[in-house]
Each structure stands twice: as structure tokens, then as C-alpha cells.
Design a protein around this ligand. Structure first.
Ligand code: ARG
Length: 464
């Protein structure tokens, strides 16, 4: 048996006579993907070894030898001195094999009362909790960038749109704070994905539990888990926390993608509200005049990829019988790609957004053009006693008339207004964009006072 194990070089080589086919080695290899969990692997192994010693499942001296061996390995990996071996399949076998090499046969006792199945689930849960923290930090930085931009452009107004048709004027700050709200919900989702991950699988063994007097609570405490996975079969095959993470990432990317789309639109000659900074624009290899919003476009494009990762992870899980199946190895690919893409996207957006400059005059002009104040004229009639539905009708006719004359509201005389309703004031009403903004002072509206209060609220909240 020892000979066969030597020949196959595998931790599980005992029952095999011959070697695996090189194509199988290559196909099953997960080291390039899972080695990024080395910190978690070392930490979980140290906690496990310490527990084995404490419970007298192995000798205390053996546990100490294992722990110092693992610490050394951790240092080697951190310093780039660890020799990773693709022929050893994954992160777990690489570290265990190196441990045996370092401290001898005692190293082989580390795997008492555990399996790679509960091990990999433990590593990924630890990794997920840390990843959630990283994402929440980066998301908060994007919120601050949006808030700073909103604050620096408090007076800028733009047309708000529905159906991408000019609808009613809004403050740019109000528009930007809508994204701050979205990202806040994303942060909450990552906090809850982290809670979902916060349960210890270790101690579940391969699937059925372990026949040793282990102390799972102690291991959980050392690793910072606040609870245990309570069913060993579920523990080794549950990847709900990964689904939650990737789902939260897909939705967060979706929010950024909507912002990206607006950046693309606003920076066109047609909209012309936003000037992209040089440092965040790209040119064309043929058209010298071009200034392209490639960062926004790539974020929009990569959102599709992250949405696909969610679908891919769900599809991986849907046909799996209990308990562990090797398909589960693919969870990490989806997880890490979602994490990397989202983190990069949050980071580049947080750097890009403070560099935006807005064309205030153009935004203001566009805000009152195309009868964008029509609702406000109707509201004026309502205040003079007309039911809103009739006021809507009157102003609709007024718009049709003005359009026929090639005039804006501001060009109409009092006689022209009066022809449509005697409830219009004697002097032709001259509503402005600022009137329209100020009027929307109910909570949640775009009135400068409301938006100012929101800016202050977010400033306080994001400073903590
Ligand atoms: N590399 C594997 C994974 O990521 C580790 C668990 C392997 N377990 C097994 N029984 N082959 O899922």
C-alpha cells in the first residue's frame, strides 16, 4: 500500500495500483483556482490540530509540531517560497503533503477527524466572510465618491426621464443619491451573505460526521464562526452562502451597469451633460476626435458575465444528490470571478466618478425645454381649484397649441393661457425650473431642501 501511494503520489493513492491518466490529473486539478484560499486553509488546519491535541485525539506534542509546521508553510506561501505542485490536485493536498515532508509522519495525523469535504466548505465560508468585508468597503467608497460628486454639484439640474423622454427637472444630486441608495441595499445584501456563510462545517467529516470526541464549538470559536452547521450531510454540500454572494454581486453589478449606461448617454453629444475626464476615457484608433466611455461600457458588459456566473452556480447545484459531489469544486470559479469583477468595478468607478464635470448650463436649458414644466402648469391649475384630471387635459391642449406655434410655455402671452383656462392667473405664469424643483418638497422629492437634508444624512452615515 505504501508503495502504491508513493507511486501515485496522491493522498488517496492507497487503493490504486496504477497512476491516474495525465489528462485526468489536468482535468481534476483545482489548485490554480483554490490556492487563493491558502490563508483560510492554514487557519482552519491550525484550529483543527489544536482541537485534536486539546481533546487528546492526538498527542499535544504532535499537535504543536503540526501547528508550527503549518505556520512555517504559511510564511513560505506569503513569501512566495512555497513550491506549488500541480500533481497534487488542490490546496488541501498541497499543504498536507508539504507538512508531512517538513515534520514527518506526524503530519499525517492532521487529517484525523476531517475530510477535504468539510475542509473545503470551511475554507470557502471563511473566505466568503472576508470577501464580503472587502466588497462592503469598496462599495462604501463608491457611495462616498457619489456623495462627493453630488455635494460638489448641488446646483446642477437635469431633465429627469421616464421612457427616456424628458419628464420633469431633477437635481443631479438627487439623481446621484438614487445610486447611493441602491448601493446601500447592496451592502446590506453582502452583510446578509456574510451571515449566511457564518457557520462552521468542520467536524462533519466526509458526510456522516466523525467518530472522535471532537470539540466543534472550540474550533468555531477559534476561527470566528458564530454557529455550527448542524447537519453533516448539509454541511458538506451546502453552497447557499456562495449563491447569496454571487447573487448579491450580480445585483450590485446590475446597479453599476445602470449607472454606466447613464454615463454613456450623458457623455454623448446628444445629451452633452457630462464631460469624461481624460484619465478615464479612451480614444479611437481611426477617428481622432473620439472620447469613448470604455470603462462604463466594460462594466455594463461584465455585468452580463456576473449574471451568468449566478446562473452557472445555480445550475451546478440543481441536480446534486447529497452529499459532496466533485461538481462542487466549480463553485469557487463562479465565486472568485464574481468577487474579482465586482471589486475591480467598484474600485475603478470610485476613482472615476470624482473626476466628472457637468455642463450646468446645458443641464438647465434641457430641464425646461420640451414642455418639461407641463406638470407644474397643471399643478398651478389644481391649486386654483381645478381637479387634476381636467388640469392635465387643459395643459395637454396648451402643449399641443404651443407646439403648433413653435413656442415654449415662456413664449405664451396671458391671452393665450386664458384661452385654455380662466384659472390661469391674469399675468401669464412664468414657471421656472427652480419653481418646479422647489415645489417637490414632499419627503423623498427633488426639492433642494429635501436633497440637502439627504446629503447631510448620507454624509453623517458614511462618516461612521
Ligand atoms: N478540490 C475539491 C473541491 O474544491 C476539494 C474536495 C475534494 N473532495 C473529494 N472528495 N474529492 O471541492
Amino acid at each position: 500500500m505504501a508503495k502504491a501511494q508513493r507511486r501515485s503520489g496522491k493522498t488517496w493513492g492507497g487503493r490504486f495500483q496504477g497512476k491516474t491518466h495525465p489528462l485526468v490529473d489536468a482535468y481534476t486539478l483545482s489548485l490554480p483556482v483554490d490556492r487563493r484560499m491558502w490563508r483560510e486553509e492554514i487557519a482552519a488546519s491550525i484550529a483543527h490540530a489544536r482541537m485534536l491535541g486539546r481533546q487528546r485525539i492526538i498527542k499535544r506534542a504532535e499537535a504543536s509540531a503540526i501547528i508550527s509546521g503549518l505556520r512555517e508553510i504559511g510564511r513560505d506561501i506569503a513569501n512566495g517560497k512555497f513550491r506549488w505542485r500541480d500533481d497534487l490536485e488542490d490546496i488541501h493536498t498541497n499543504i498536507e503533503a508539504r507538512l508531512v515532508q517538513k515534520i514527518g509522519a506526524t503530519g499525517g495525523k492532521l487529517h484525523t477527524a476531517r475530510s477535504r469535504n468539510d475542509q473545503v466548505a470551511t475554507d470557502l465560508r471563511l473566505y466568503a466572510m472576508a470577501a464580503c468585508d472587502r466588497i462592503m468597503e469598496a462599495a462604501k467608497r463608491l457611495q462616498v465618491a457619489l456623495l462627493d460628486l453630488a455635494d460638489a454639484n448641488r446646483r446642477v439640474v437635469m431633465p429627469g426621464y421616464t421612457h427616456l423622454q424628458r419628464a420633469q427637472p431633477v437635481l443631479l444630486a438627487h439623481h446621484l443619491l438614487a445610486y447611493v441608495e441602491m448601493i446601500e441595499r447592496d451592502i446590506q445584501r453582502f452583510a446578509s451573505a456574510s451571515d449566511e456563510a457564518d457557520a462552521l462545517p468542520l467536524g462533519s467529516g466526509a458526510l456522516a460526521g466523525v467518530p472522535y470526541p471532537i470539540d466543534r464549538d472550540g474550533v468555531a470559536k477559534e476561527l470566528g464562526f458564530s454557529r455550527l452547521c448542524e447537519n453533516s450531510l448539509d454541511a458538506v454540500s451546502d453552497r447557499d452562502f456562495a449563491v447569496d454572494f454571487v447573487a448579491a454581486a450580480a445585483l450590485c453589478m446590475t446597479h453599476i451597469s445602470r449607472l454606466a449606461e447613464e454615463i454613456v448617454l450623458w457623455s454623448t453629444a446628444e445629451f452633452g451633460f457630462l464631460k469624461l475626464p481624460d484619465a478615464f476615457s479612451t480614444g479611437s484608433s481611426i477617428m481622432p476626435q473620439k472620447r469613448n466611455p470604455d470603462v462604463a461600457e466594460l462594466a455594463r458588459g461584465r455585468t452580463g458575465h456576473v449574471q451568468g456566473l449566478l446562473q452557472s452556480l445555480l445550475a451546478t447545484l440543481k441536480g446534486l444528490p447529497l452529499a459532496y459531489n466533485r461538481d462542487l469544486q466549480e463553485d469557487k470559479r463562479a465565486f472568485f470571478e464574481a468577487e474579482d469583477t465586482l471589486l475591480e468595478t467598484l474600485t475603478v468607478f470610485a476613482a472615476m466618478i470624482p473626476e466628472f464635470t457637468f455642463d450646468e448650463a446645458r443641464g438647465r436649458a434641457a430641464s425646461s425645454a420640451n414642455y418639461a414644466l407641463a406638470t407644474d402648469y397643471a399643478d398651478l391649475l389644481v391649486r386654483n381649484g381645478l381637479p387634476f384630471r381636467q388640469a392635465h387635459e387643459v395643459v395637454g391642449k396648451l402643449v399641443r397649441y404651443a407646439e403648433g406655434q413653435g413656442k415654449e410655455f415662456s413664449d405664451l402671452t396671458s391671452q393665450e393661457f386664458q384661452r385654455f383656462s380662466k384659472l390661469f392667473p391674469e399675468d401669464a405664469p412664468k414657471l421656472t425650473v427652480d419653481d418646479a424643483l422647489r415645489a417637490r418638497s414632499a419627503r423623498g422629492g427633488t426639492a433642494p431642501r429635501q436633497v440637502g437634508a439627504q446629503l447631510r444624512k448620507w454624509r453623517r452615515q458614511l462618516q461612521d
